[in-house]
Design a protein around this ligand. Sequence first.
Ligand code: MG
Ligand code: MG
Length: 254
Amino acid sequence: MITPKTEEEIELMRENGILVSKTLAEVGKLVAPGVTTLELNRVAETFIRDHGAIPSFLGYDGFPAALCISVNDIVVHGFPSDYVLKEGDIVSVDCGTLYKGWNGDSAYTFPVGDVDAETRRLLDVTKASLYEGIAAAVAGNRTGDIGYAVQTYAESFGFSVVRELEGHGIGRKMHEVPGVPNYGKPGRGTKLVDGMTICIEPMINAGNRGVYLAKNGWAVHTADHRNSAHYELTVVVRKGRAEQLSTFEYIENI
Ligand code: MG
Ligand code: MG
């Protein structure tokens, strides 16, 4: 049973979405060759707490950090570490906050310095596939319409869609129903209704779609060790056009 959010609840989730968005922008200011991923995590955690919120990933099923930081062939759920970012890397940063009882969740993949043209294309296509998914997140559609939109777009560029992980409903809990897969068939899945809040988060691989779980039980790697990108926004389903509750505008105005 999925309960749409009230307008008051959606406003609180929007405040949260803006905080997550600004946190990712703070991280983005620091992304450069020579920086460790632990430094990125530290800055984000401080920023979140300074704004009266809680980093919701920290302690989630035992996750050890405020951010998931996933470099190059890590798809998602990487641990911040003493790894030093180098020119040509890509770094996916996933951030969740708990604020006034509600959750926010967004992710962005940053290039580190100059990346090669094929990597730049992976980032651009993955982000654009997210917007294709958002365009399909309208009342009356189904989750399969979102997945179909993401998948057909990403695959048309020769990239592949990770299927083992998916987007999700969000609200008082970070992960609520429905699941929002990044692949699918039109007209299938859960019906979308006005006021439903969901996270859409394509994970797109440069090579094959296969993945495996690292020995630490968290980090998901591409099986072929080629790069993977991940972008995520929180949106509220509306009639006609979904509304974004988080945004990349703070990042892209750096
Ligand atoms: Mg996330
Ligand atoms: Mg998420």
